[in-house]
Structures are given as structure tokens and as C-alpha cells.
Design a protein around this ligand. Sequence first.
Ligand SMILES: [Zn+2]
Length: 138
Amino acid sequence: MPYTPIAPNLVEAIVGHIRYHQKNLGARYHSEDYTEHETAGEMTTVGGATVEVMALVKFDKKYSYGQDAERSVQVGATAKCHGWGCADPRSEESFGEAAPLDANGYDIAATAEPLVQAAREWAQAHAEKCRAQPYTGR
Ligand SMILES: [Zn+2]
């Protein structure tokens, strides 16, 4: 039997990013506001390039005067075409509601699913018409 790799579970991957951020809070060189990209699918366009679907995990920290800083996490999705010279290479980035960083990671990750689904649909439709070729360096 040929070996067929199984794609990582997206919810688990997002929960992993959230746990990593929680664990590294306060660590030196660890940023408090950044966006993690998790590949959630790849499609081949008619031109042979790749459209990548990504889940986004955005961390933020806000200060309000006289209060403790509020850390939050927001999940979202986008898709990007890697075709060279593609005329419309990116879907919109869409995000769900921000949740407190200490909320349940699985609940937060689950909110990514409809957004990732929309990004996959954009990617599929784009792949069916995009004729930009992959850049080969020549
Ligand atoms: Zn394209």
C-alpha cells in the first residue's frame, strides 16, 4: 500500500497555536500580538499554480487605563493564489469574534470552521479559472 499522509486536524492545529501562545506569555522575544497562519488546504489552478487556504489565529493584547491588560484571540481564514502575476491573488481575510485568551481553545477553534469553508469555496472557484503559472525562477 502506498503511504498516504493524512492532513492534520485543523481544530487541533489551532488549539496548538493557542496553547503555544499561552505557554510562552512573558517569555523573552515572544510577541503579544501576531497572526499565525495554518494551512488548511491546497488546490491546483488550471494554470498549474497552487491556491493555499489558511486558517488565521490572531493574538492581541490591549491596555486600558487602570485595568489589567486584556489578551484576546480571534480566528479567521483567507486564501492565497501563488500564481505568478495572478490578477486577484487573495481572498478577503475574515475573522470571527475575539475571545479572551483563557477561553476554551476548542470553542475558539470551532468558530474558524465556517470561515475556512468560505475561503475554501473562494479557492475552489479561483482555481477553476486562474491561468497564472507557478513561478519557476526562469
Ligand atoms: Zn490566481
